[in-house]
Design a protein around this ligand. Structure first.
Ligand SMILES: NC(=O)c1ccc[n+]([C@@H]2O[C@H](COP(=O)([O-])OP(=O)(O)OC[C@H]3O[C@@H](n4cnc5c(N)ncnc54)[C@H](OP(=O)(O)O)[C@@H]3O)[C@@H](O)[C@H]2O)c1
Length: 299
C-alpha cells in the first residue's frame, strides 16, 4: 500500500472501546470522523467530525465514507452481524483498510465450539471481508483479538473481582493464563496498525496487555489491600452446562458462561504468549499488570 492512512472513520465511536480508540487516534494525529446512529444522543470531542448514519443503507454509508482511508468498527456486539452494508459501502467509497468489530475472542478458531455458535455474526462478517478483499486487492483488512477488556472488566465485575465486597470468583484452579487487554492499549494497537498499513494488511492479530491468571490478580489485590478476599470457586464445566441450557432456550447471555469455560478452564491454552502476542510486530510493549490492578483499587 503506497498511500498512508490519515482519515479514519470510527463506527460506534461513543462506545466503551470506541471512545478510547478515538482518543488514541487523535493523540497520534489522525483525522477522525465518528459515525453514530440517527437516534444516537452521544457527544464527541470537539476535534472529531460526526456523521449520523443509517447502517442499513449502502448508499448513504457510501456518501458518508467519501475521503476516508480506513474504517475502524467498534460497533456494539448486538450489531456486529449488520456490518455487511458498511463493508460494501467502504469498498464503493474506495476505503483502503477495514478493521471489523472483533476485539475479544479469536474468532478464527471457534468453529465447532459452543461459543462459536454465538460468535457467528463476527465470523461471517470477517469471512465476507476476506472474500471482498480477495476480489479487490486494494481493499485490505486487519482483525484484532484482544482477549478480555481488562481495566473495563475490573471496573464492571466481568473479571470476577469486587473491590467493595472484597470478593473474587475463581474459575477452576485459577491458574490458567488469560489473554487480557486494557482499552487504551487496544486503541494504541489500532493506531499502530493504521500507521503500518503494509505490515498489517490482511492479518488477524492477537494482542494482549498481559496474560494474567486469576490467582495472580488475587495475590496482587490481597497484598495491596492487606486483607484476605472471600473466594468463591466455580467449575467451568458447570458454566458450560449452564450456557448450553440457556442457549437451548434462545438465551444469548449464554455467551458469558461459554466464555468462562473457554478462557479460564485449566489447560484452555488461549493465552497469547511469546510470538503469539503481536505487540512486537506492532512496536508496542506489554503493560504492567500490578499497576493496572492498583490503579483500579485506588480509583
Ligand atoms: N473483550 C471483551 O471483554 C469485550 C467486552 C465488551 C465488548 N467487546 C467487543 O468489543 C466491540 C465493541 O464493544 P463495546 O462494548 O465497546 O460496544 P458498545 O459500547 O456496547 O457499543 C458501541 C456503540 O455502538 C453503537 N450501537 C449500539 N447499539 C447499536 C445497534 N443496535 N446498532 C448500531 N449501533 C449500535 C452505539 O453508538 P451510537 O449510539 O453513537 O450509535 C454504541 O456507543 C464489540 O465487538 C464487542 O463484542 C469485547
Amino acid at each position: 500500500m503506497a498511500d498512508s492512512i490519515k482519515n479514519v472513520a470510527v463506527i460506534g465511536a461513543s462506545g466503551n472501546l470506541g471512545k478510547e480508540v478515538v482518543q488514541e487516534l487523535l493523540k497520534a494525529g489522525f483525522k477522525v470522523t465518528a459515525f453514530a446512529r440517527e437516534e444516537s444522543t452521544a457527544t464527541f470531542p470537539p476535534d472529531v467530525a460526526v456523521k449520523k448514519v443509517d447502517y442499513r443503507s449502502v448508499e448513504t454509508l457510501t456518501a458518508a465514507l467519501q475521503g476516508q482511508d480506513a474504517v475502524v468498527s467498534t460497533i456494539a456486539t448486538v450489531a456486529v452481524g449488520s456490518q455487511v452494508p458498511l463493508v460494501d459501502a467502504a469498498i464503493a467509497a474506495k476505503v483502503k483498510r477495514f478493521i471489523p468489530s472483533e476485539f475479544g475472542v479469536n474468532t478464527r478458531i471457534v468453529e465447532g465450539t459452543s461459543i462459536g455458535k454465538i460468535l457467528q455474526g463476527k465470523v461471517k462478517t470477517l469471512d465476507y471481508i476476506i472474500r471482498k478483499s480477495q476480489e479487490n486487492p486494494w481493499f485490505t483488512w486487519t482483525g484484532v483479538s484482544s482477549g478480555i477488556f481488562f481495566d473495563w472488566g475490573l471496573k464492571y465485575g466481568s473479571v470476577g473481582f469486587n473491590k467493595d465486597a472484597k470478593t473474587a470468583t475463581i474459575y477452576d484452579s485459577g491458574d490458567e493464563p488469560v489473554q487480557a487487554s486494557n482499552l487504551a492499549f487496544i486503541g494504541k494497537a489500532v493506531v499502530a496498525i493504521l500507521s503500518q498499513p503494509e505490515k498489517t494488511a490482511n492479518q488477524y492479530l492477537t494482542i494482549a496487555s498481559f496474560n494474567p491468571s486469576q490467582n495472580q490478580i488475587l495475590k496482587i489485590v490481597e497484598e495491596e489491600t492487606g486483607e484476605k478476599w472471600k473466594v468463591e470457586h466455580v467449575s467451568t464445566e458447570e458454566q458450560e452446562k449452564i450456557g448450553l441450557e440457556k442457549l437451548s432456550k434462545g438465551d444469548y447471555s449464554a455467551f458469558s458462561n461459554f466464555l468462562r469455560r473457554r478462557i479460564y478452564a485449566d489447560g484452555a491454552g488461549h493465552a497469547v504468549l511469546g510470538d503469539k502476542n503481536a505487540v512486537s510486530l506492532l512496536g508496542l510493549q506489554e503493560e504492567d499488570l500490578a499497576a493496572t490492578v492498583k490503579a483500579w483499587l485506588r480509583g
